[in-house]
Design a protein around this ligand. Structure first.
Ligand code: IMP
Length: 192
């Protein structure tokens, strides 16, 4: 089976994408190729950051690979944290710090609509492609649920009663931003 590197060390992301892709490719993480570098995300768009990571890995290791970059856009916060979702509460912050900051800034806000966006940047034999997935939802006013990661405990997709952190992974994987982008990636890969 052909190998494809997912340029991330985020185990949650690997666990989400692996079941979607495993029939088509053997998915390797950065740890699997012994890459422990901290790859920069210096740009102000998800697309540029995703390509920054994918190009870094392709250039250094000469392996077919893809990288993703995800942002949570909250309408009442003018689209923040957006591309800065990972470091919203500061450089070394935890998922919990970021969630606390969002809950604080959303206190008293009536409009609570938000969306997750994932961009996947793929490099195959030196050729570059990109895919995007998006899910609309709302920011609740407390954390609910223990599963998932990042902002999952405060994000409830439109039409659902559970936050992403309450959903079993198979449920999140049917509708999430990353799942939608990954499905496009897989469809593309199965055609080439
Ligand atoms: P990244 O730069 O793609 O790793 O994503 C930026 C940040 O967005 C992460 O550090 C998480 O806080 C958050 N994030 C990414 N994907 C998800 C998700 O599926 N659920 C909740 N938060 C996420």
């Amino acid at each position: 089976m052909k190998k494809l590197v997912f340029a991330t060390n985020n185990k949650h992301k690997i666990n989400e994408v692996a079941p979607l892709i495993q029939d088509h490719f053997q998915l390797l993480s950065l740890a699997d190729i012994h890459c422990f570098d901290e790859i920069e995300e210096p740009h102000n768009t998800l697309l540029e950051n995703a390509f920054e990571k994918a190009r870094y890995i392709y250039t250094k290791y000469q392996v077919n690979c893809f990288a993703d970059d995800t942002g949570l856009e909250i309408d009442a916060l003018d689209g923040q944290p957006g591309v800065y979702s990972a470091r919203y509460a500061g450089e070394q912050c935890s998922f919990e710090d970021n969630v606390r900051k969002v809950l604080l800034e959303m206190q008293g806000k009536k409009v609570r609509t938000a969306r997750f966006k994932t961009v996947i940047a793929l490099i195959i034999d030196g050729n570059e492609f990109s895919f995007e997935g998006k899910i609309e939802g709302e920011i609740i006013d407390e954390t609910i649920g223990k599963d998932g990661f990042g902002y999952d405990p405060i994000f409830r997709p439109i039409g659902y009663h559970q936050t992403f952190a309450e959903m079993p992974l198979e449920e999140k994987n049917k509708i999430s931003h990353r799942a939608l982008a990954s499905k496009q990636l897989i469809q593309f890969l199965s055609q080439i």
